[in-house]
Ligand binder design. Structure first.
Ligand SMILES: [Zn+2]
Length: 424
């Protein structure tokens, strides 16, 4: 039996309370609980207790690109960032389009011991968009896949998408679509637009052809009582510097609007501010604001996208897209949303844990912090101040635009489940 007593934690930012965790379950909550024999006491004065964070979009790169990340290093980064579960995207080598590959990733996750790894299955064979992958076999496998996505590739064949939706309906699955019209974005780059280097506005987005037709088609398909279709890359396009914030706001005319979080996070990231060099290769990232979220955004996902430096330190057009995010996401959310009064800690729990867990069909994750619930918790130190030093990251890659910035918040994943490691 493993038993922990957490003293004086502020559940969702409320008044300090004690929590007793026993065998991975919250056994007792109250004031002044006494430690039992052999119980590990965790002093949590000043710390906020949240349900463990859940990410819907993480690249663990294994198998195939272990030079960028492995399941072990990626989950360790996740645990450090306060995540107790991550969804591992399917664009590995080989692609996670068979039961064999998703089981391998799932097993590696269990062996790592840092957090739950829930593999995402490809919708089509080899992410090729032509032939449905073996969705049923992946669902029935030990990995129990429920979320399917071709990630950065839009499943633009309506018949295939319809089949996928009908198929996953049988087991309550989800298809996550990349809302980008591929014929309009061939060779497109972020800097196309009126003011290269500035945040692309609607004009740039329209030029890039990142639009919402695929989502609208998906909306029609919703009449199939099949799956929900959370967009896999927000609506801002693959290389919007602040894009990829999950979930879209709407402006008065009903157009997708840049999430408020982007504008909030902007000053954190604007090149030249706070000593951040305007290095294009580093700037080519799919969402420094990942993890940040507007009040109107229903869930967050981070698109942790590790790349080795040789894939980033090159010409803009050749640079790989994406940035690492797991270890900084919560800090960015606190600094841009909680400290500014746009979100409460309860909102953070809802958007970074409860909703992603519900979308990802993860039982036991994203649950309330209350008695008889699973003890997947993260303790957050909201007063912590630290400078981002990528050399100290647990992830194998260093592609972060936050280098040198002072960020708040440090998560401490509570190892309440037997065999679970903290990442530190
Ligand atoms: Zn991705």
């Amino acid at each position: 039996m493993t038993s922990y007593l957490i003293k004086n934690a502020r559940i969702l930012g409320g008044e300090p309370q004690d929590l007793r965790l026993r065998d991975g379950v919250i056994a007792e909550i109250g004031a002044g609980l006494a430690a039992a024999d052999g119980e590990t006491v965790i002093e949590a004065e000043g710390l906020v207790a949240l349900p463990g964070l859940v990410d819907l979009h993480t690249h663990l790169r294994e198998p195939g690109r272990e030079d960028a990340e492995t399941v072990l290093t990626g989950t360790r980064a996740a645990a450090r960032g306060g995540f107790t579960a991550v969804h591992a995207m399917a664009n590995t080598f080989p692609v996670a389009d068979t039961a064999g590959v998703v089981e391998q990733v799932w097993r590696l996750g269990r062996e790592s011991g840092y957090c739950d790894v829930q593999p995402v299955g490809a919708v089509t064979v080899g992410l090729g968009g032509k032939q449905l992958a073996e969705l049923g076999a992946m669902a029935d496998s030990a990995a129990g896949v429920r979320v399917f996505s071709d990630d950065g590739k839009c499943v633009d064949d309506a018949v295939i998408m319809r089949r996928a939706l009908e198929y996953v309906k049988a087991f309550g699955g989800v298809v996550a679509q990349h809302a980008q019209e591929p014929r309009l974005t061939e060779g497109a780059q972020m800097n196309e637009g009126r003011s290269p280097g500035a945040w692309p506005g609607r004009l740039a987005r329209r030029r890039r052809g990142v639009d919402h037709r695929p989502r609208r088609a998906a909306g029609r398909a919703r009449r199939l009582p099949a799956a929900c279709l959370p967009p896999v890359h927000g609506g801002l396009g693959g290389d919007h510097p602040l894009g990829q914030v999950q979930g879209l706001g709407r402006d008065r005319r009903g157009h997708p609007a840049p999430p408020a979080a982007d504008r909030r996070a902007g000053p954190l990231l604007r090149p030249g501010l706070q000593g951040q060099p305007a290095a294009a290769h580093r700037g080519r990232c799919a969402g420094p604001a990942r993890g940040a979220g507007g009040r109107h955004h229903r869930r967050r996902r981070h698109d942790h996208a590790p790349h080795p430096s040789r894939d980033k330190d090159c010409e803009w057009s050749a640079a790989a897209m994406g940035m690492v995010g797991l270890e900084t996401a919560l800090s960015v959310v606190q600094q841009t949303m909680v400290d500014t009064g746009l979100m409460t800690w309860a909102d953070v729990a809802e958007r970074m844990s409860a909703r992603p867990a519900a979308i990802g069909r993860l039982a036991g994750q994203g649950r309330p912090v209350s008695v008889d619930e699973p003890a997947n918790l993260v303790l957050v130190d909201p007063a912590y101040r630290g400078t981002v030093n990528p050399e100290s990251f647990a992830t194998r890659s260093r592609n972060t635009p936050y280098r040198g910035l002072e960020l708040r918040t440090r998560g401490r994943h509570v190892p309440a489940r037997p065999g679970h490691r903290s990442g530190r």
